[in-house]
Design a protein around this ligand. Sequence first.
Ligand code: ATP
Length: 269
Amino acid sequence: MTTDEDIVIRVRGLKNMFGEQVVHEGLDLDVRRGEILGVVGGSGTGKSVLMRSVIGLQTPAAGEISVFGESTLDREETEAVEIRKRWGVLFQGGALFSTLTVGENVQVPLREFYPRLSETLLEQIATYKVVMTGLPADAAPKYPAELSGGMRKRAGLARALALDPDLLFLDEPTAGLDPIGAAAFDDLTRSLQRTLGLTVFLITHDLDSLYAICDRVAVLADKKVIAVGTIDELLALDHPWIQEYFKGPRGRAAVASAGSADARRTQGA
Ligand SMILES: Nc1ncnc2c1ncn2[C@@H]1O[C@H](COP(=O)(O)OP(=O)(O)OP(=O)(O)O)[C@@H](O)[C@H]1O
């Protein structure tokens, strides 16, 4: 049974609109503690807007959002800061500051939330986070433009982990990576999630990621979350978009690839 303490993000009756365009209406969602929740939906269904609403970058027209049991809407700034410290965000494309080195990028949230840390400690923490994401320590003094796409994603992840968050938001982290790089990033996400006990909100179009690392998947369509569950539970529903998405050619390829990855793991075990 899921209790209130098990729910890290609770969204109820969310409505978002831009001018006349209604993106969400009556959207409900629960994200459970310690899970990787995949968020899928066609382009423009409002996955990023949902994430931005939860992290306070988008003020909804209506609805309630709570994170760690605290409402995130209409809060005093000091209270909002305390909640914001508990999450990290990897935005679409990494969103690194191009004029700062990787290490300096990781230091940005540290400087914002802990302005009294010494320069030495800032550097040490940043290097530690960089290494934690599988990058060599000598990536820290490099600029984002000097890194490959996959390395930049890892650098973005290092920055998202800067404050030792309990909750991680990842917006299409494997977009633009080749299949091997994407699988490696999935493995890294899973391993960090397990080691650090993270709850992960993962927006993705990548069916391989859904099969490989997501505990449950939420499907956005018709301005709301139309279904949430394991992939098997979703497949039991006869919604046309869900059937087409998971059982279309790309879905079938992802099942085959998940099967062979499992077999490789079993043989390697
Ligand atoms: N700041 C904004 N101003 C106006 N419209 C916006 C804004 N942000 C998002 N939208 C609109 O809201 C809708 C949902 O956008 P969103 O980026 O959340 O979609 P998405 O599901 O993440 O799409 P994709 O999978 O293509 O990234 C789109 O129609 C988009 O044009």
